[in-house]
Design a protein around this ligand. Structure first.
Ligand code: C2E
Ligand code: CA
Ligand code: CA
Ligand code: CA
Length: 278
């Protein structure tokens, strides 16, 4: 799939299909961007359906390249992984997100969590757990307010190693979310074998919730199964009231999606918390 970049350059989602010279240029620009603070985090609220409060924020990276303009994460995360730049980038994301949520806790009554996407390259990289704990210590954030989002695609190669690392992180009190559940090759055995505390149901499942809700009990069954296993359930990509109604009926814990809010710059996300605590 071909998309237009900021200045009209064409990019490809799959970085391996990029011409070598373009790959090298992009890697150089990513490195430049990291050194020159071209990255920013936006925060998308997750709303608790029981008390209608902001329960958490997912941190989502944004790149405003001085050379290429705004590039969405789908167009550079993979290249960042392949070039291992995801390690310093991911560390910056973690530190920035922890500082952000810690700042909110200092001034607000409501204490939302922050959810951070973690790539497998990061997770199985050198001393990941120690780095996370260092950042928590450095920012003074209690581990119970941090959630790490991982995807099932990580499990293909290194299930045991990944399960091991996640188990240790969970023992420190960090929350572990399984992201994009229902996209591609979801497996119940992953749910059983991994120390998952939160299940994030992929938007492909949510967008199929039809007008006649009785036609589609599958999403509801997944919610009930996950809750039965003691997990918190977050529905992603919620855009319509009919979806909200359905998710309420099946007692989904939280929703995240454009119906409530798109991802917001840090200062605006902070204001939302204030508005919600009035
Ligand atoms: P994701 O983790 O599944 O994040 C959710 C994506 O869905 C975000 O796209 C978000 O803006 C979008 N979204 C939220 N609500 C709705 C909705 O109601 N409808 C629709 N159609 N979309 C919605 P975004 O920000 O472009 O991020 C894309 C992907 O890039 C993320 O998917 C994640 O896999 C990756 N990503 C983003 N930030 C990071 C990061 O800091 N580190 C890593 N490793 N990956 C990241
Ligand atoms: Ca700056
Ligand atoms: Ca995510
Ligand atoms: Ca997701």
């Amino acid at each position: 799939t071909k998309k237009q970049g900021g200045n009209g350059l064409a990019f490809y989602d799959a970085s391996f299909s990029m011409p070598l010279q373009q790959r090298a240029d992009m890697i150089r620009l990513l490195r430049y961007g990291l050194e020159n603070e071209e990255f920013e985090l936006h925060y998308q609220p997750q709303i608790n359906l029981e008390n209608s409060r902001i329960e958490g924020f997912e941190a989502l990276i944004r790149w405003n390249s001085s050379e290429l303009g705004r590039i969405p994460p789908d167009q550079f995360i993979r290249l960042a992984e392949e070039s291992h730049l995801i390690i310093p980038m991911g560390e910056w994301v973690l530190r920035t997100a922890c500082k952000f949520i810690r700042g909110i806790h200092e001034s607000e009554e409501n204490k939302p969590i922050v959810s951070v996407n973690v790539s497998v390259v990061q997770l199985i990289g050198h001393r990941f757990e120690e780095r996370v704990l260092d950042i928590l210590r450095e920012t003074g954030l209690d581990p119970c307010y941090l959630e790490l989002e991982v995807t099932e695609s990580m499990m293909i190669e290194s299930m045991d190693l990944v399960a091991d690392k996640l188990t240790r992180l969970k023992e420190y009190g960090i929350n572990i979310a399984l992201d994009d559940f229902g996209r591609g090759f979801s497996s119940l055995s992953h749910l059983m074998r991994l120390p998952i505390t939160t299940l994030k149901i992929d938007k492909s499942f949510i967008e199929h919730i039809p007008e006649n809700q009785e036609d589609q009990p599958l999403t509801g069954l997944i919610i009930q199964l996950a809750k039965g296993m003691g997990m918190k359930v977050v529905a992603e990509g919620v855009e319509k009231y009919v979806q909200l109604d359905y998710l309420k009926k099946y007692e989904c814990n939280c929703i995240q999606g454009f119906l409530f809010s798109k991802p917001l710059p840090a200062l605006i996300a902070r204001d939302w918390i204030k508005a919600f605590s009035l």
